[in-house]
Design a protein. Sequence first.
Length: 566
Amino acid sequence: MTTADSAPGSDFIRKIIVEDLKTNKFGGRVHTRFPPEPNGYLHIGHAKSICLNFGIAEEFGGLCNLRFDDTNPTKEEEEYVESIQEDVHWLGFDWGDRLFYASDYFDQLYEWAVQLIKDGKAYVDSLSAEEIREYRGTLTEPGKNSPYRDRSVEENLDLFERMRAGEFEEGAHVLRAKIDMASPNLNMRDPVMYRILHATHHRTGDQWCIYPTYDWAHGQCDSIEGITHSICTLEFEDHRPLYDWFLDQLGIHHPQQIEFARLNLSYTVLSKRKLLELVEGGYVTGWDDPRMPTLSGLRRRGYPPQAIRNFCERIGVAKTNSIIDISLLEHCVREDLNQRAPRVMAVLRPLKVVIDNYPEDQVEELEAVNNPEDPDMGTRKVPFSRVLYVERDDFREDPPKKWFRLAPGREVRLKHAYYVTCVDVVKDEQTGEVLELHCTYDPETRGGWSEDGRKVRGTLHWVSASHALDAEVRLYDRLFLKANPDEVDEEGADFKANLNPNSLETLTGCKVEPSLADAVPGDRFQFLRLGYFCVDPDSTDGRLVFNRTVPLRDSWAKIEKTLKGR
């Protein structure tokens, strides 16, 4: 697992832009774009591209467009368009009045295709898709010219116009650029520019039945919008000569394409196809399932947008692919929530505790700090009474060595409250299950401190039984068991063989302190000693549902501490 150490402003892309500004390459302008396909929900990998493109524009006083690459109507939906806009805004970026679609330029793209046909640089090919693949050649063998490559300009113009008019079935013809079938770069071997698709487009309806390919549309859309730096992921490096060729042949504004390494995250898949497979196969509850790496899933799980931006900044921008340890992302989330999240008390697996020497009808309002990291967040009142709930895991009838929690005869501190000592255990006579504990308290330890100076090693969280709110808590774990989900042990298996069967545990009958009565979906808290949690949209009046965002344990923080100590 690796991370990049490049500080903001020092990575190779920003250095290129600084040099371009010095030489006045684009008239002193910096104009980027984020060009997602509306065929799925954005994921954490897209967040890196969003932060890079919008961040660079912001740093250099430039502009960044949001442009939907909507050139394949068979996979695109308005639902995806809306979700993408919501995600970009959630991350804290805004495109102003610069929301565009590739479909805005369909007429111009068509006219430019006609221009290339007239210049003898594009032709209509009638080979089947399989035949085109066969004629294309391999990495070690050159391709062969299509028998239709030498059609006349007049025939090509006629066929292309009839393709647009809808005269032909899908697959009957394509429009290809005429470049070099012997090129060592397969992308330059007469790439397809248009294909026939009799499909209704989410914006243009049935106006078109031919649609441009990504390679044909992308550079020309960049040019139309005046983009200066077209920042793409590394898999488009081999496409750059084609990007340049189209722009040069047309003689139009020529942005500079720059490639960077995409984000690969351990224990995660970031392929839209695979994510769609998980959704459609019912392996998750939807695109916003909190186990998904989609931005909507991370948002529902409780990840703060600033934590994701910090993560993208910390991993930096590299030229070579690597895998980032997911624990670094989780560390960024904890780091952010530690500063912002109020502390509250919740008991996930309740065990009843009766304080025998506490007055039956008495209720005290004890003061609790909301966040010790931020004094401005103030304090709150927490009710304390004779009957409480503590975590079942905080009691052992026969404790091991170095057990500092509750056990017969043991004294512990209740957070913000008193010292209590376990004096009796009530169990089910048939099963032996512990039903409740009886304790005594020391009234001289109010606030959780002893005036006589005696110390206890254990501090437990708790809630007052008569004041606690019922809640459902969903404990999420990593969706996959292996750091690389694509590594499978059985022949014929795929990434789904590595799904974690215990990635979700749902707890009902949990108890939370009454201060959470007004919590709304999206609110984030630290449950003392348990982790960070977020209110789920499934919550309704009288029903609180919480998602565990991350546990308190932070393996990345330990790694950093070790590295700093060397």
